[in-house]
Design a protein around this ligand. Structure first.
Ligand code: UDP
Length: 360
């Protein structure tokens, strides 16, 4: 039987939409070309029985009560506040760069007092803003050259100033001792993992994994496509730029390798960060599993498109794809990080899917 709605992609966007539309009494089919639910937020036990995120660390955080309440219908939570250290000039400092990092890197300086007078206690100052302040030029340059420039060049293939300011603004300089990576009100990990949460969301829905929609042959009345918008339209206006990542997973027979879940290596030649999953999940195990990320350019059919490039460059091409999308709406709708071509966090994707579902 032809479904009312075919949802392509079983990541956050697709699972939320499938759940909402099915709850509204629609016949829904959810397909994904990968053999598992959850998109890049999928988690699973590795060969050593350690719960890992095969597509890199996913840490849930949101300011939205509505998003929190919605997801809480499908999971309980493990309280978890994310902390990141960066290895800079051979020593580990808190990231975001905060007052603790400032005192460690500039002992005895008057910078702290001057920053607090200029910006106020607790301020969160994007590095690109700090660089515009003549009084703090030396400090800003020190942080920029060590933390932001080399990391960003690796992560995106371009420098911070070629990206939307919001990208490096995600990790501001923080004028307090708060060393949490996210300031959000709600931060936690799904207690049994993301995959278990997605399984509960789509329970009772017709889910077909390992099915490539773009290969053709699937019938539908209406469609939500959550994959790359350029791929949907056969790349007719060209290939939008995405960044990809290589994940090198490893297991070590020691209990812990690093003091926090994520250590960033801005100054290393190729890798950006290393994640030790047990810190995230709270799992107790004698060994430990880690993942090293090396960013690379995305090539369609070869690598996975993880990040849309948040930069002015692709906007003209994106506008042409959005015109195509408007022409096929409302029978075909687009949503999600790849279909909207937006550097969304998980909670933003959930909010987007909830809003779209309500409008449908
Ligand atoms: N960033 C950086 N150095 C770091 C951490 C982050 O320059 O040590 C910049 C970089 O441009 C990165 C952006 O801040 O892409 C956002 O970092 P975030 O950790 O939020 O990225 P994600 O977890 O989404 O990959």
């Amino acid at each position: 039987m032809t479904p009312d709605w075919l949802i392509v992609g079983a990541g956050f966007t697709g699972c939320v939409l499938a759940e909402r539309l099915a709850a509204a009494g629609k016949r829904v089919t959810l397909v994904d070309r990968r053999p598992h639910l959850g998109g890049n937020a999928y988690d699973a036990l590795d060969a050593h029985g350690v719960l890992i995120h095969p597509y890199g660390p996913h840490i849930f955080h949101t300011q939205s009560q509505a998003v929190w309440d919605y997801l809480s219908r499908f999971t309980t939570w493990r309280p978890y506040e994310h902390r990141v250290l960066a290895e800079v000039d051979g020593r580990l400092i808190p990231l975001p760069f905060n007052l603790t990092a400032l005192r460690a890197c500039f002992p005895g300086s008057d910078l702290e007092d001057r920053l607090l007078v200029r910006f106020g206690a607790g301020a969160r100052v994007p590095i690109l803003k700090l660089r515009e302040e003549p009084d703090f030029a030396e400090l800003a340059e020190w942080i920029y050259q060590r933390v932001f420039l080399p990391y960003t060049l690796k992560q995106w293939g371009v420098g911070p100033e070629e990206l939307d300011p919001g990208v490096t603004g995600r990790v501001p300089v923080v004028l307090s001792e708060d060393d949490r990576y996210f300031p959000d009100r709600f931060q936690a990990m799904p207690a049994q993992g993301y995959t278990a949460m997605f399984e509960r969301m789509v329970a009772g829905i017709d889910v077909r994994l390992g099915v490539d929609f773009l290969a053709g042959g699937l019938a539908y009345d209406r469609l939500v496509f959550t994959g790359p918008i350029d791929a949907y339209f056969g790349f007719k206006h060209g290939h939008l730029p995405y960044r990809s990542l290589n994940f090198a997973h490893e297991h070590r027979d020691v209990e812990w390798v690093q003091p926090v879940a994520v250590v960033n290596f801005p100054q290393a030649p190729a890798i950006t960060r290393r994640t030790e999953f047990k810190h995230l999940t709270g799992q107790v195990a004698p060994g430990t599993s880690l993942c090293l990320e090396t960013p690379l350019a995305h090539e369609d059919g070869v690598t996975e498109p993880y990040y849309p490039l948040a930069a002015p460059g692709p906007r003209a091409m994106l506008a042409r794809y959005r015109e195509e999308a408007a022409a096929v709406a409302p029978r075909v709708m687009f949503a999600g990080r790849l279909a909207d071509y937006q550097y969304y966090n998980m909670d933003q994707v959930v909010a987007r899917a909830l809003t779209l579902a309500a409008s449908l």
